[in-house]
Write a protein that binds this ligand. Structure first.
Ligand code: AMP
Length: 439
């Protein structure tokens, strides 16, 4: 199958070719024809499978072929909900890339950014809104945004959205859109809560299950046993001196830990920075831009960066702290080996991390090899689990049901994504495809 078989608008096809894509990925081959035919879909696909284009291309096709009699001010016809600001930015970037040859207006509404530019952009024509639920509800409540014309609703990483406690917001948002809309739900995992949401907001959906290994073959995974924090620091200092590490993403369990580690790396002479949810959105965007432009070599992040982040040049992911949940591990290591490149994922494992390592190995179905660096050998072994502590943990699809809010940004003041203190950087969120060729 080729992209031509989808009979996409020539401007979209041209943009896809300009991205260098030759053939659709499995999720794209399965989803795009169904979405173009108007079906609701539930697609189980991990990040890294090309799922963004699977919903962005048909969404753009809808705009490219629609006859619009009048401009819609603050009334989008397409709404894309994402759990995090980073993922929203990523989707927005994909929309710009794939839609650069057609005319449309898109607006991104995420927390942590000033309200002014978002309000201005909503007083102008808008076709697509990409948003995190919290900020979207704020705009709806202030009557700046009207969802009554939304005919295509897309939930990206719906499982993550529910983990963050957004279920009521998502239901409320769906209720404000057209009854006969088309709804697309993308998720990496499945549980009862998601099933209830899907029953409520989707109409006779087609199911797409992409049978991919949770971890990709192009990512080499290894672990180092570490005795304690001091040992982890020495291991990290050694590993980041590796010339083969072009850019590294280092995961810390806590925001404070990420800050401290970034400072230590800077003190050692590395171009490093931290990325976590306590930073203002402007600072987060600048940090990512510096990483993209190669001004930074090491980024120390919390799980806020585990999903959605698409930096193709990351050669190494280092789990300075092993994640507690196997899915988080898969998302973290998926930040390397992007678009088929080779990647290395290294995890530091403390003696009492044994249970978490076992979960990860059971979930991925892969054993992670232990490596030892001469001079940095561990002196303690992994602690075996005692029998009575052993819990039933089915791994694979049952794992998410055991999830708690580990690694998820905390809800503050009753809502996640509350804006941090106002800052002055003015930025217009409203974008219009440049050099449009009239559709
Ligand atoms: P996603 O799963 O949407 O985050 O996409 C993962 C990566 O695959 C991104 O870097 C995309 O640019 C890339 N990608 C998406 N579709 C294709 C394709 N058909 N061929 C090659 N790369 C692709």
């Amino acid at each position: 199958m080729s992209f031509k078989d989808f009979q996409l608008h020539h401007g979209i096809l041209k943009a896809v070719q300009q991205c260098g894509y030759e053939t659709p990925t499995p999720i794209q081959s399965e989803a795009i024809p169904k979405v173009l035919a108007g079906s609701d879909i539930i697609a189980s696909a991990n990040t890294g499978t090309g799922k963004t284009a699977a919903f962005v291309l048909p969404a753009l096709q809808r705009l490219a072929t629609k006859r619009r009699f009048k401009k819609q001010y603050g009334k989008p016809s397409i709404l894309i909900l994402t759990p995090t600001r980073e993922l929203a930015n990523q989707v927005n970037q994909a929309i710009r890339n794939y839609g650069k040859n057609i005319r449309f207006y898109s607006v991104i509404l995420v927390g942590g950014m000033p309200y002014g530019p978002q309000l201005r952009s909503l007083s102008q024509p808008v076709d697509i809104v990409i948003a995190t639920p919290g900020r979207l509800i704020d705009h709806i409540d202030s009557r700046r945004l009207d969802l009554s014309k939304v005919e295509l609703l897309i939930l990206d990483e719906a499982d993550r959205m529910l983990d963050m406690g957004f279920v009521d917001d998502v239901n409320k948002i769906a209720d404000l859109t057209l009854d006969d809309r088309q709804t697309l739900l993308f998720t990496a995992t499945w549980d009862n809560q998601l099933s209830a949401l899907a029953n409520r907001i989707l109409d006779n959906p087609e199911r797409i299950q992409i049978e991919t290994e949770p971890t990709q073959d192009n990512i080499e995974q290894r672990l180092h046993l570490a005795d304690n924090l001091e040992h982890k620091n020495r291991l990290l200092s050694h590993l980041v001196d590796d010339k083969e590490l072009t850019q590294g993403l280092i995961f810390s369990a806590t925001k404070v830990g990420a800050d401290i580690l970034a400072q230590e790396l800077i003190a050692q002479g590395h171009a490093a920075a931290a990325l976590h949810g306590d930073m203002k959105q402007g600072a987060r965007n600048r940090t990512l831009m510096n990483m993209r432009r190669g001004r930074l070599r090491l980024l120390v992040a919390t799980d806020v960066a585990a999903r959605g982040l698409d930096l193709t040049s990351i050669s190494h992911v280092i789990n300075f702290d092993l994640p507690r949940f196997a899915e988080d591990y898969v998302h973290r290591i998926g930040r390397t080996g992007r678009a088929g490149a080779l990647g290395t994922a290294i995890s530091f494992v403390l003696p009492d991390d044994a249970i978490h390592l076992a979960r990860i190995e059971r979930y991925t179905g892969q054993k992670v090899d232990q490596h030892v660096i001469p001079g940095l050998e561990p002196t303690r072994a992994l602690q075996q689990r005692s029998r009575n502590k052993k819990r039933k943990y089915g791994g694979g699809k049952s794992a998410p049901q055991n999830r708690k809010y580990y690694g998820s940004p905390k809800r503050k003041g009753g809502r996640y994504n509350q804006p941090p203190a106002h800052h002055n950087r003015r930025q217009d969120n409203r974008t219009m495809a440049k050099n449009p060729t009239r559709s």
